[in-house]
Write a protein that binds this ligand. Structure first.
Ligand code: ITT
Length: 203
């Protein structure tokens, strides 16, 4: 059986990756199926560094399994690139997505940025590892504008605030298929897929 384990406990990421990979793997699961595996400290200074920390630590614990991690986040120009690698804990350790969105809206209001000055991007690095060592990593980004208020209940995280380039609605409003066709994660996965196809062919 061809199995890929996503080194995440964020089931939204796993759902998107599973949908985008189609039937390349018989099973795409994540660390929620392995509660005994500890979460590593994500103290890297870049998405790439944190993606590598996550894929290497999980693949070491999972011995022999093909593992792919996802480190991602939002960069907002008017905020000097924040929240960036701190996206998950922008409003503090253990912050909810709603807390993080509220803090972002408050920071943007304070900055006075309007219209195109509210530009930003989602970034994603996917790191593939086996037996505790990274094999390859791929990145993707999608440019957009931060909305003035939350719109839409789809997606997760900062999606209700992010209007991708070429659209008038947020990722929270757009259908999942649209997000999965152009997101930071989709763009990183398009590259990772070539590598995963080779790996799964010999598995
Ligand atoms: P794992 O570390 O277990 O993978 P996590 O959610 O903590 O889960 P990150 O450390 O990579 O993952 O933090 C990602 C942050 O960026 C988090 O706040 C997400 O909500 C946000 N984010 C990433 N991709 C997103 C997307 O497609 N849409 C909305 N928000 C996203």
């Amino acid at each position: 059986m061809k199995r890929l384990i996503i080194a995440t406990r964020n089931a939204h990421k796993t759902d998107e990756i599973r949908a985008m990979l189609g039937d390349l793997f018989d099973e795409v699961t994540d660390l929620n199926a392995f509660p005994e595996i500890p979460s590593p400290v994500e103290d890297g200074v870049s998405f790439a560094a944190n993606a590598r920390i996550k894929s290497e630590s999980a693949s070491e614990a999972l011995g022999g399994a093909m593992v792919m991690s996802d480190d991602s986040g939002l960069e907002v120009d008017a905020l000097g690139g924040a929240p960036g690698v701190f996206s998950a804990r922008y409003a503090g350790e253990g912050a909810s997505d709603a807390d993080n969105r509220a803090k972002l809206l408050a920071a943007l209001a304070k900055s006075g940025a309007r219209g195109k000055a509210r530009a930003g991007r989602f970034r994603c690095v996917l790191s593939i590892a086996k037996d505790g060592a990274e094999i390859a990593a791929f990145d993707g980004a999608v440019e957009g504008i931060l909305a003035n208020e939350e719109k839409g209940g789809g997606g997760f995280g900062y999606d209700p605030l992010f209007i991708p380039e070429g659209h008038c609605e947020t990722f929270g409003q757009l259908p999942a298929e649209v997000k999965n066709g152009l997101s930071h994660r989709a763009r990183a996965l398009a590259q990772a897929r070539v590598h995963l196809e080779q790996v799964s062919a010999v598995a």
